[in-house]
Structures are given as structure tokens and as C-alpha cells.
Design a protein around this ligand. Structure first.
Ligand code: IMP
Length: 192
């Protein structure tokens, strides 16, 4: 077990994705943590979401000399053997949502998950990681203009609307990012 961290009410979120910053700010502010943002980039090693988040958080915390969080996420589609998974960003830029729909045109099993891993680290401690998952399915067409990337494709379990049809507040209530950030916030507050 790593030693307790020095608590600060402000954390710096390292990401180049403005959508993620807005979502994370909404979630963490409600939990009493305020968020600064820095878009400085960090090496993304080969590995699963946890490996990427752990390495990234440690790298940036040491470099900036302050506590940071990073987040690595992806869409995992079961009948495609959990593709695109850790390749989600590249696949979004190349195949895009239309390409995913094409790949799945003859597939009846539509089960998919969004996963998010938050990595937290301070300059002097080892990294901690927090996983959040939301279950759902891939629709047969893109729906909605909210959110980003795969949101118009993903219909969360128990809903018939896609993430693209939910506004930020609603997505934030139960998204993968909500769950990983909430786990982080509860752990973080417990360090006091
Ligand atoms: P990243 O490497 O954590 O930035 O995420 C990988 C990719 O997964 C992103 O570029 C998006 O294409 C996709 N992704 C992650 N989270 C979400 C989300 O909440 N909605 C839609 N797409 C997402």
C-alpha cells in the first residue's frame, strides 16, 4: 500500500480533449475538488488503459512537480473481440463512426462498454488508478449531437437514447468517466 498523499483541493487534469475537461470539471466540482487544466502531452506506452494512465500520471507529476490526474478511455465492442479498445482514438480518426457501423452491419450482438481509467500521481508518490465502466450497446445509426467521438453510437443499458442524445449533465450522471472520477474523488478525500 502506498503512503498517504498530500491533499490539495485543486488538481491539474492533463489532457488535450476539451470535452473531457468539461465533463471532469462538472463531476469533480460537485465532489468538492476544483480542476485546473494543462494540455502538455505525455508518452502513451503500449499496454492496457491502466498501464497508460499509471505511466502518464507518474511522468507528468514528476515533470510538473505537482499532483495530477490523467485519463485513458476507450470503447470496447464485444462481438468485435473488444475492438477498438486501446485503439479507440486512432480508429475514431480513421474508420470513424460510419466505419464501425459498417463493420457491424451483419452483427446482431451489439454489446459494448465504455471504460475509463483515471491515473493520479504526486511528485513523491506512486501512481494510483481508478476504473469506471458503463455497459451498453452499439446502435444501428448515429444519433444525437451532444458529446464527442463515439457518443452518437453508444446506447447505455436501460436507455433507448444514445450518449449523443444526452446533455452533459445527464451523461455525467452515470458515464464511465463519472465512475472513474468518483472512485478517485472518494479515495482522495479519504487521504485527509
Ligand atoms: P483517450 O485516449 O483517453 O483520449 O480516448 C480514446 C478515444 O476513445 C477518444 O479519442 C475517443 O475517440 C474515445 N472516447 C473516450 N471517451 C469517450 C466518450 O466519453 N465518448 C465518446 N468517445 C470516447
Amino acid at each position: 500500500m502506498s503512503k498517504k498523499v498530500q491533499i490539495s483541493r485543486t488538481i491539474t487534469f492533463i489532457t488535450g480533449n476539451q470535452h473531457k475537461v468539461k465533463e471532469a470539471r462538472g463531476i469533480l466540482n460537485n465532489l468538492g475538488i476544483s480542476l485546473e487544466h494543462a494540455d502538455i502531452g505525455y508518452p502513451e506506452i503500449q499496454g492496457n488503459l491502466e498501464d497508460v494512465a499509471r505511466y502518464g500520471a507518474q511522468h507528468v507529476a514528476r515533470r510538473l512537480g505537482k499532483p495530477v490526474i490523467v485519463e485513458d478511455a476507450g470503447l470496447f465492442i464485444k462481438p468485435l473481440k473488444w475492438f477498438p479498445g486501446t485503439y479507440s482514438s486512432y480508429v475514431q480518426e480513421t474508420l470513424g463512426n460510419k466505419g464501425i457501423l459498417k463493420l457491424m452491419s451483419d452483427i446482431e450482438d451489439r454489446y459494448a462498454e465504455f471504460r475509463s481509467v483515471v491515473g493520479f500521481c504526486t511528485p513523491k508518490t506512486e501512481p494510483e488508478v481508478f476504473l469506471g465502466t458503463v455497459r451498453g450497446r452499439i446502435g444501428y445509426r448515429e444519433k444525437g449531437k451532444h458529446g464527442f467521438a463515439y457518443d452518437p453510437l453508444f446506447i447505455p443499458e436501460g436507455y433507448d437514447k444514445s450518449f449523443g442524445e444526452l446533455d452533459r449533465e445527464e451523461k455525467n450522471r452515470f458515464s464511465h468517466r463519472r465512475k472513474s472520477l468518483e472512485k478517485f474523488a472518494l479515495w482522495y478525500k479519504d487521504q485527509e
